[in-house]
Design a protein around this ligand. Structure first.
Ligand SMILES: CC(C)(COP(=O)(O)OP(=O)(O)OC[C@H]1O[C@@H](n2cnc3c(N)ncnc32)[C@H](O)[C@@H]1OP(=O)(O)O)[C@@H](O)C(=O)NCCC(=O)NCCS
Length: 220
């Protein structure tokens, strides 16, 4: 698994792409803080449950990041990048949220939607486990947004949801996502050959997990 550890030595944080779609207030924050550090410098990186009304902001963000996300996502048709489809997808995911199968959040910085993070495939009983998935718009990559969002969702999953375990899987060459997981206490538990069909190809993935050391059985 030597390629799992490959690191791009020339990569520069906080200089990821076109920030023209980002509001002035957020731009000021980015200029002030090369790296966002929630808590110590007061930058508000938050997660909240998605709303159907997020379809507008998410469509804009997905259109701007279509090329960037194509490397890490299943192949998406043109309809996926329309507000109509995003609205339907949000309605469907909120319905599954009502069935307690998924917890879909948007990631916000200073109130502005910059990405999504989702607790998927919640299984109770002897497993008490779920899968974690996330993305952040390229314009704000490298600032610590995903690291902060994952930290918050791990906290929610282990406290409010009472889960015992979270699993997150990355492409073998997704160094940025592996950093995000390592910084949040996830450990590598294996390599799954041809695990997911990403960018049109069945691709190997590194599996990671984080256990809830404070887990206690639900009352009653
Ligand atoms: C992966 C992703 C969520 C990271 O979001 P982010 O907000 O930029 O993440 P953070 O800034 O919190 O942390 C990224 C870390 O990776 C590092 N990094 C980024 N690109 C890197 C690269 N090419 N090589 C090595 N390290 C890299 C950063 O330096 C940072 O590490 P540090 O905390 O030690 O400085 C974002 O790039 C993304 O959405 N990618 C596309 C979708 C995706 O891959 N989702 C995850 C699927 S498993």
């Amino acid at each position: 698994m030597s390629d799992v550890d490959s690191v791009d030595e020339n990569w520069e944080p906080g200089d990821a792409g076109d920030r023209s779609l980002i509001g002035d207030a957020f731009l000021a924050v980015v200029r002030m803080h090369r790296r966002l550090d929630v808590g110590s410098d007061g930058v508000d990186v938050s997660v909240r449950l998605v709303e159907v009304g997020d379809a507008t902001a998410l469509t804009e963000l997905l259109q701007a990041n279509r090329e960037f996300l194509a490397l890490w996502d299943p192949v998406r048709d043109d309809a996926y990048f329309t507000e109509k489809r995003q609205r339907v997808d949000l309605e469907q995911v909120l319905e599954r949220h009502g069935q307690r199968l998924v917890i879909p959040y948007v990631i916000t910085v200073e109130g502005q939607v910059v990405g999504r993070i989702t607790v998927n495939d919640v299984v109770r009983g002897a497993f008490e486990s779920a899968h974690l998935g996330y993305w952040v718009g390229q314009a704000v990559n490298g600032l610590g947004v995903a690291t902060a969002a994952v930290a918050e969702v791990v906290r929610l999953a282990f406290t409010e949801l009472g889960l015992h375990r979270l699993q997150a899987d990355t492409l073998v060459h997704n160094a940025a996502s592996q950093r995000v997981l390592a910084r949040n206490g996830f450990i590598r538990i294996g390599l799954a050959p041809q695990y997911l069909r990403i960018a049109g190809r069945w691709q190997n993935h590194v599996l990671h997990q984080r256990l809830n050391d404070q887990w206690t059985p639900p009352e009653g």
